[in-house]
Design a protein around this ligand. Structure first.
Ligand code: TRP
Length: 328
């Protein structure tokens, strides 16, 4: 029997999981679940590199877990757990720090952006964030990492760390490859930045239908379309990008043609998107809300996941410590 490839991915428990996370990562990920050995991590230790309210953290973890499980990351078919419950993540991070050039971390655009956004809190954890991410991946010797394109630079750094480690201490880690989702980056509803949990420009997976429409109705489209008679360019329209994520191919094709030919208005186009989006998200929302109402079930699935991952993590750390001369 050939061994299944290991896939690892992480999501931050920061605010509600939204349509951008879903199309950009989770949907893709849920599809891989039987084809590869999937490990899915709620990265609370990454989330604390920005300001947050400790009193809200557990609730956020619960919601993140519930929504992901509802999206198809069934704990019976994959491992899902909370990062801080497997302490080897931070131990490996420290060891990897010693092979990571400062210059490489200084080049990370996410670090530069976040340092700009939170000038009052440019902490060392924010700087070291990519090394912790590399540790997440390497601890399970993951081969495949489903990510959005904004994480590619971090993954490239992870490969650099793998190469540096292996060159110095022996061939311990495989070089992970990204698995990009088909859906391109989803923009925020205001069209200004990518859809983000912290910017208030998103549609949450647990928003009720009327809330979804309230957000979709005024959402940004191709600015060239002032009137219905103005032809549009779907390639630059965020609504069309979401159509490609949610609508069946014939609808996508129709909307594409009719927008270019000015035969459909933006409101009509959004109503069609709403219909298909809700159809797909309805069972997810229902399931997620059931799970949020039964936290014990979620916590027990997470503990089980942490126990299984802990076993693998311990074995890897044993090998790493030996390779680095930290034990016999
Ligand atoms: N940095 C990722 C993000 O913000 C989350 C993450 C942490 C991750 N560790 C990971 C993703 C390991 C993939 C693999 O999206």
């Amino acid at each position: 029997m050939t061994k299944k490839k290991v896939a690892f991915s992480g999501i931050q428990p920061s605010g509600d999981i939204h349509v951008g996370n879903y199309l950009g990562a989770i949907k893709n990920w849920a599809r891989m679940i039987d084809e590869v050995d999937c490990i899915f991590c709620i990265v609370d230790l990454h989330a604390i590199t920005v300001m947050y309210d400790p009193a809200e953290m557990q609730e956020r973890i619960l919601r993140a877990a519930a929504v992901n499980i509802a999206c198809g990351l069934d704990p019976a078919r994959c491992r899902i757990f909370v990062q801080s419950r497997v302490p080897e993540h931070t131990e490996l991070c420290w060891l990897l720090n010693t092979v990571t050039p400062i210059g490489s971390l200084e080049r990370m655009t996410q670090f530069k952006d976040k340092s700009q956004q939170q000038q009052e809190n440019v902490n060392t954890g924010l700087f070291d964030y990519p090394v912790l991410m590399a540790a997440d991946i390497m601890l399970y010797k993951a081969n495949v990492v489903p990510v959005g394109d904004d994480q590619l630079q971090h993954l490239e750094l992870c490969r650099e760390i793998v190469r540096k480690f292996n060159a110095r201490f022996g061939d311990v880690f495989p070089e992970p490859q990204e698995r990009l989702s088909q859906a391109p980056r989803i923009m925020g509803l205001d069209g200004k930045a990518k859809m983000s949990k912290s910017l208030g420009n998103h549609i949450s997976l647990i928003d009720e239908p009327d809330a979804v429409w309230k957000k979709l109705a005024p959402a940004f489209t191709d600015p060239a379309r002032q009137r219905r008679s103005d032809p549009g360019n779907p390639d630059i329209c965020n609504i069309f990008t979401m159509h490609r994520g949610f609508s069946p191919p014939e609808v996508v094709q129709r909307v594409n043609g009719e927008c270019r030919g000015a035969e459909i208005g933006c409101v009509e186009c959004k109503k069609m998107l709403l219909e298909h989006m809700l159809k797909e998200l309805e069972p997810i929302r229902t399931r997620a809300k059931e799970l949020i109402a039964e936290p014990e079930r979620v916590y027990s699935a997470l503990s089980e996941g942490a126990a299984k991952c802990g076993t693998v993590a311990e074995a890897t750390m044993d090998e790493v410590r030996r390779a680095m001369g930290l034990r016999k």
